[in-house]
Design a protein around this ligand. Sequence first.
Ligand code: ADP
Ligand code: MG
Length: 234
Amino acid sequence: LQREMRRQERLASLGRLVAGVAHEIRNPLTAINCYLQLWQKSGRFPEKPLNTMREEINRLDNLVEKLLCLAKPAEVKKVPYEVNRLVRDSLRFFEEVVGIRIETDFASDLPEVPLDPEQMGRVLQNLFFNACEAMAGGGVLTVRTYKAGDGRHAVIEVADTGCGIPPEHLKEIFEPFFTTKPQGTGLGLSLAKEVVEAHGGRIEVESELGKGTTMRIYLPLREVSVGGEARLGG
Ligand code: ADP
Ligand code: MG
């Protein structure tokens, strides 16, 4: 019975996923189709719609790229890696963001942790990106690393002073295609969760509306074997 329930749940979430994809694909296609029809009628090819069409096509292309990652998550290739270095390197691109002040507090007692630097780097950048987007009017991005109370995990904490997340959204933000942004894909956090879980870790969120959001990534200090559960469709 448990298995059947899990299967039903998976089917339901697959259904939501497909509906989400269909929607994401239809919007740009509709826009492109409209422009083509206009041109056919008028026989003119103005510059602006051309650019819009290119943007929409890029969006579709990005979406397909992310879908492929989601459908077949790249294998995580873990190597012993310094967490602080990973964080520092991933932050580099964000130092230029106007209106955002970055504060860091790196633990000095963290051993090297088994992780995939490329994939975990992307996860962190997704979190930093979200933080910056939540602080459109400026703010502080605070990034800390420390050893968890259980002594078995390294924690990477990403806190912003942005808009915060309404409590009713908290359950959904890790679902594929959940987004509140007009140009969002809603895939950043679902991919983040996927990758962190493939490391045997977990990701947690704490948020207060109008005050800010804190994301915490827990990574096991030592190698753990990860079952099929953590992988989508596995
Ligand atoms: P996207 O950024 O494309 O919308 P994500 O999966 O990265 O997709 O995030 C999903 C949603 O979670 C966002 O649209 C936003 O509503 C919410 N969210 C994520 N991070 C934050 C944050 N730091 N502050 C406020 N809201 C956030
Ligand atoms: Mg995002």
